[in-house]
Design a protein around this ligand. Sequence first.
Ligand code: GLA
Length: 727
Amino acid sequence: MIVLDKENKVFTLHTQNTTYQMKADAYRVLLHTYYGPRVSGGDLSYLIQYADRGASPNPNEAGHRRDYSLDTLPQEYSTCGVGDFRLPSIEFEPEDGSRLADLRYVGCELRKGKYALEGLPAFWGGQEWETLVVYMEDASARMSVELYYGVLEKHDLITRAVRVVNRGTEPVQLRRCASLCLDVQRGDFDLITFDGCHALERNLNRSPLRPGVQSVESVRGTSSHHHNPFVILCDHNANEDYGLCYGAALLYSGNFLAAAERTQLEHNRLLLGINPYHFCWTLASGEAFTAPEAAMVCSPSGFGQMSRQFHRAIRENLIHDPLQGKRRPVLINNWEATEFTFNADKLVDIAKSAAPLGLELFVMDDGWFGVRDTDTSGLGDWTVNEEKLPGGLEALVPKIKALGMAFGIWVEPEMISEDSQLYRAHPDWALGVPGRPYARGRSQLTLDFSRGEVRDHIYGAIRKVLDSADISYVKWDMNRSLTDVWSTALPANRQGEVFHRYILGVYELLDRMRRDYPHILIEGCTGGGGRFDAGMLYYTPQIWCSDNTDAIDRQRIQYGTSFCYPISAMGAHASAVPNGMTGRRVSMETRGVVAMSGTFGYEMDLNETTQEEKEVIKKQVAFFKEHYDLIQQGDYYRLTDPFQNGPYNAWEHVSPDRREALVSLVSGTVHASAPFCTLRLKGLDPERTYQVNGQGAFPGDVLMEAGWPLPMVLDDYQPMQFYLSAL
Ligand code: GLA
């Protein structure tokens, strides 16, 4: 619920459990007054204190009033060059070369429903949303800034977006435009970020905010494996079930900056948005720029609640699920089994071994097109390689379908190999400065997706493939960080737009594909989880979590991913052992238990598994299908932290009506004389009694408070699952 007190210019956004408030003061400066547990309302600006601080200037209108400074007051959207020396949200440069931004309130508007952002992903929905637009201006520079707030009360979600309009007559260069600025005056906070590298994404890192700025960012053109555009500010003692925390996600798949600042007054500022690195956008007179959407959830009761609210909102109001609530298929993908070395018979063979075990979708990965026997050639030539697949997909797909399986295909539309027909025809379609040697990444170059004709050509070729057979799934891959970011289509003074235009191009094409093929499930992938962000989830309902399919490493990767992103979005497959990346051998049972806590599938040649393993797989798939809704749509509880290397790692899915739960766990490395372990469950109904794995009935409160004794294990990495159903 949004409450506008227009007279006092106090705007309050209530969600079910939280309240957010801002106020335009006597100088029309928009102050942030509160974000935290839900309170009744009123004007919370009494919380703001004023004092003369040395070295903090005072705005012109304040005259000689020295206790009023933009440098000390909590700002709703911070400015620069006029007195706030903390992290700026916006910076622009008119023709005179000045770099000042001084925003003042000019009006506001309340709308029913949710705003949309042209060309950018955004949460969507109907009347359950309310929108507040706050209009600001820099009168001297004749720049308007519109601040958008979407309120999804039931999920405690507040979205934000910013639109900047050049109202002057001359062009202005926009150099910085954050999506979210959050000034929290009181509190000693930790900053949590999710960091890593290829094959080890989204490791949780937590450290106290110290004076100055701490930040994570991407300058790779993707949101990256290395840092995620989702961060948390939280109380020092916040944990899964306790403490105040603010989660902030950027719906953006390119360069981002997430920065937190501890200020001179021990206030806290969080900033999230497009990275100003190599960003400079020219706005001609009358033109507008829209910054990507950011979404915030504040949880007064720990990370678990915050994550569950993000999960619900992302599932219900961000992802477009082509299957509309129907179960997504359990898939088998040939990549780890064959890499580039396959032909139609091999693929059919793999599918034949998978179908009787209950697998429903066969995904043909990289290597089916152009001349593509290694990763040094073929990208850009999206025609079927008939040497590998005689008769094309027209011949192959019916054979797969005859086995009762659906068919899916891998593409990497944004890329081009130098050794390709496309490159030979259009070398200037790759990003790069003419005459300057460019860097390769995975031996390939990046297509200039800022250019419409490049996108049209690629899409035209891919469409022919999609139209040639019955295809119900596309894995959209992207396998390098961007370098040589320069476009032949733009003049020198607009090259600062290429990074962002590239992502807008990716979104445009994904949106076209999504609309043209509404029945196709698109899985995102960027060398594994290099673009696992809320922006991509708008177009691709699931994203391959990581190229690392080792079940032990995966627990950490999926744990970190789960802080913002739902289980139904996490591509997770069981693969062969010894694992190609870690050399580790764990049982099929363990691999299955970990992978089924995601969008389940297998990534191996099942002809090479034993009969015993096949039986295990068959049971796993049947179990997953039986409990699909519970796992994919249920509430997720992290019961342990896999980074602690404890005796076991456990997690739990609870149905929304709390009548069912599934507890999954994997033990750690075994030790002699190990202590007995009791696992306390979460999220159950304390008033109900649950049947546990058919081993007896126990009240919910007992299972949550007293717990469940875990059997001793005599080997490393043993899996267990307990299914609970209310009597
Ligand atoms: C990336 C993906 C893998 C696979 C290969 C194919 O690494 O993450 O899953 O598709 O590309 O080249």
